[in-house]
Design a protein around this ligand. Structure first.
Ligand code: PEP
Ligand code: MN
Length: 263
């Protein structure tokens, strides 16, 4: 179902009026985790000021260590809903359990399925059975073929609104947190009709590489870029080394605009 052979034309996903995959890049900015209403609203304000529509924020955080901040859970989804309503934004948040899909439908505009859950087949099927766009991330050690099959799990249940997101894969290289597989973008575009985004924050784990990798992603044909923005990354409860502060966000996005990637 996801194959370009079955459907030659690009799938365009309408998220509250933001068209992902229509040839004009879409951007998803926002904090790694929803930490409070004030923190989330502060980010929403700068996103809105740029005329952008899509915001991310994790409520359920799949952390490597059980002792790290696990997210605010349902309270986080409620904060996202409030902020989306107040600022007229569409919000994207990761859901880690099929049991939470129902809560997600009422609170968020896009269900994110994270790298660690790319082959959680119950979760894929549950997300496939609802009428809500899904942003599916590539697994940490998943081949492109496995990634496409994971998308097929979702679509086989009826939900065709899927955005594929390359977020780096695990290799022996230690200079970056993961290795951004940039060639996955044109391969996924050739093999499937789905929009493809690149998450530059989790691919690199390095603030200094966000802009160059975003440029590469757009140059190679990505339909969008995701990057994390936090009011004060130094006190962020997760991913403090790679989130942009507001000044860095401004520089990042103005450079993207200067290069005419957006109008
Ligand atoms: C995230 O986007 O918040 C995240 C945890 O990313 P990933 O699943 O790609 O590691
Ligand atoms: Mn993060």
């Amino acid at each position: 179902l996801v194959s370009r052979k079955q459907k030659p034309e690009d799938t365009i996903i309408d998220i509250k009026g933001e068209l992902v995959g229509n040839g004009i890049p879409s951007f998803v900015f926002g904090p790694c985790a929803v930490e409070s209403y004030e923190q989330t609203a502060a980010v929403a304000e700068v996103i809105k000021a740029k005329g952008l529509k899509l915001m991310r924020g994790g409520a359920f955080k799949p952390r490597t260590s059980p002792y790290d901040f696990q997210g605010l859970g349902l309270e986080g989804l409620q904060i996202l809903k409030r902020v989306a309503d107040e600022y007229g934004l569409a919000v994207i948040s990761e859901i880690v359990s099929a049991n939470d899909i129902e809560a997600a439908i009422d609170h968020i505009d896009v269900i994110q399925i994270g790298a660690r859950n790319m082959q959680n087949f119950d979760l894929l099927k549950a997300a496939g059975a609802v009428n809500k766009p899904v942003l599916l991330k590539r697994g940490l050690a998943a081949t492109i073929e496995e990634f496409i099959h994971a998308a097929e799990y979702i679509m086989s249940q009826g939900n065709g609104n899927i955005i594929l997101c390359e977020r780096g894969i695990r290799t022996y290289e230690k200079a970056t947190r993961n290795t951004l597989d940039i060639s996955a973008v044109p391969i996924l575009k050739q093999e499937t009709h789905l929009p493809v985004m690149v998450d530059v924050t989790h691919s690199t784990g390095r603030r200094d590489l966000l802009l160059p990798t975003a440029k590469a992603a757009l140059a190679i044909g990505a339909d969008g870029v995701m990057a994390e923005v936090h009011p004060d990354p130094s006190v962020a409860l997760s991913d403090s080394a790679q989130q942009m502060d507001f000044k860095q966000f401004d520089e990042f996005y103005e450079e993207i605009k200067r290069l005419n990637w957006v109008t």
